[in-house]
Design a protein around this ligand. Structure first.
Ligand code: NIG
Ligand code: FE
Length: 420
């Protein structure tokens, strides 16, 4: 198929965008893209591709923007229940960490998740995945972490594989057994850390090799935070995971700076995420590394906190920045990367172009997929979205609405093709 006459075609070509290079959209006016099967085969000007591909079926998208599907590089997609009551408690003065210390927070979702059947988890997760897709996310990372015991964490991996198989949203799973200290280990984070290392990570790897042998191992992640896992425990977990072959991620500096950003850079993690209170020396260390910084502006927004990632400082230091939703039932239940972009423009002070690059090619780098997704280039997966607007800056400028009119995943059309 030849999709042609796009008012703006954003290719994001040329690989992940570091530092001052962030925001190079590779914009082609009157642009076109040729898709065959599940791949992009050509990108260019409409006139040029019409003469090179005269026999392709055509689709006119004049008045619209075409860009790569969004990549949501940090989600806690699989859970049961909700925490609407805690949202209300926070509004009348309780803090997130206070609610967590009193047995609510993540642990309340753990109770609901442990008692849900795998089928119920799949159906609740699938509903969110389909909403994300409708808002333009074509690939998402998704973490376990609401099981916190070996059997439930393995069920969450299974649920994520099932949701990805049902599609159309493609999922890159992450094992986050170290998301919180479960009630069985209350007051003994070291005991649980040892369990994660000696039992859970090896079990996750064995399960994966038995159930998904053709897929790369999931990421391993840890919540390095006051009230969760300290720096030494985070190191123990990530080093054990690395020894077992897992690629790494870390939750660092969401509430307190414990040194997680530096640890991520040292261990060669794919990403360090949150970074709301990261000190300047660690920003510099992270920016100098290959680790992608993933800012999650829905989290402070969801908590009504003023502490957003110092994204501009990170860009000025030459780092690789991505943005993601962090969708979860506690701090921010938001399926829309368009809303993430709107927040990033206002609170991280990114331009719309920078935010789009951070939500596509750099987000793909944060999940180790920048070779296949995140840009429109020959040979890449045909994952793209068509907006109802003709100026990409409507992303960021407008919020709380859905500008995505059609989504193409692996070359297949979804949503509203008829309206184009
Ligand atoms: O990324 N930081 C840890 N995890 C989530 C919150 C999870 C929850 O509250 O359920 C986060 O913000
Ligand atoms: Fe998170």
């Amino acid at each position: 198929m030849l999709i042609h006459s796009a008012t703006q075609l954003l290719t994001l070509a040329g690989g992940p965008q570091r530092g001052a290079a962030l925001g190079d959209l590779g914009l082609i006016e009157d642009g076109a893209v040729v898709i065959q099967e599940d791949q992009i085969v050509a990108v260019g000007k409409t006139g040029e591709l019409e003469s090179l591909y005269p026999r392709e079926p055509k689709l006119d998208v004049s008045g619209r923007v075409v860009l790569p599907g969004f990549v949501d590089a940090h989600t806690h997609l699989v859970w049961a229940g909700d925490r609407a009551g805690e949202f209300e408690q926070r509004l009348v003065g309780k803090s997130y960490l206070e609610i967590q210390a009193a047995g609510g927070g993540i642990l309340s979702t753990v109770r609901a998740t442990r008692s849900a059947s795998t089928e119920a988890l799949v159906s609740q997760t699938l509903a969110r995945a389909q909403t994300m897709f409708a808002f333009g996310t074509t690939t998402a990372e998704a973490k376990t972490g609401y099981g916190l015991d070996t059997p439930t964490e393995l069920r969450l991996l299974a649920a994520l594989l099932e949701v990805s198989a049902r599609g159309p949203l493609e999922i890159e799973p992450t094992f986050l057994g170290a998301h919180a200290v479960p009630p069985e280990f209350a007051g003994d984070p070291q005991g649980y850390t040892d369990l994660v290392c000696t039992e859970m990570l090896p079990a996750a790897r064995n399960w994966w090799e038995a159930n998904a042998p053709s897929l790369r191992l999931p990421f391993a992640d840890v919540f390095c935070e006051a009230g969760a896992f300290d720096l030494a425990q985070s190191r123990q977990i990530l080093e054990t995971a690395r020894g077992l072959g897992f690629p790494l991620k870390i939750h660092a500096d969401e509430f307190e700076a414990l040194g997680g950003a530096q640890l991520a850079a040292e261990l060669g993690a794919f990403s360090a995420d949150h970074l709301a209170v990261t000190p300047p020396e660690e920003i510099a260390a992270l920016a100098a590394s290959e680790t992608v910084a993933v800012a999650l502006p829905c989290t402070p927004f969801g908590l009504a906190s003023p502490r957003y990632t110092p994204a501009r400082a990170f860009i000025e230091a030459g780092g690789l920045l991505a943005i993601a939703s962090d969708i979860n039932p506690g701090t921010g239940w938001c399926e829309s990367m368009q809303f993430v972009i709107a927040l990033a423009c206002r609170f991280l002070r990114l331009t719309p172009a920078q935010a789009v690059a951070a939500a596509t090619i750099n987000a793909a780098a944060a999940i180790g997929r920048s070779g296949e997704i995140g840009s429109l280039e020959p040979g890449k997966q045909a994952d793209l979205i068509i907006l109802s607007a003709g100026d990409y800056r409507h992303l960021g400028y407008r919020f709380g609405t859905n500008l995505v009119q059609a989504v193409i995943k692996n070359g297949q059309f979804h949503l509203s093709r008829e309206n184009l």
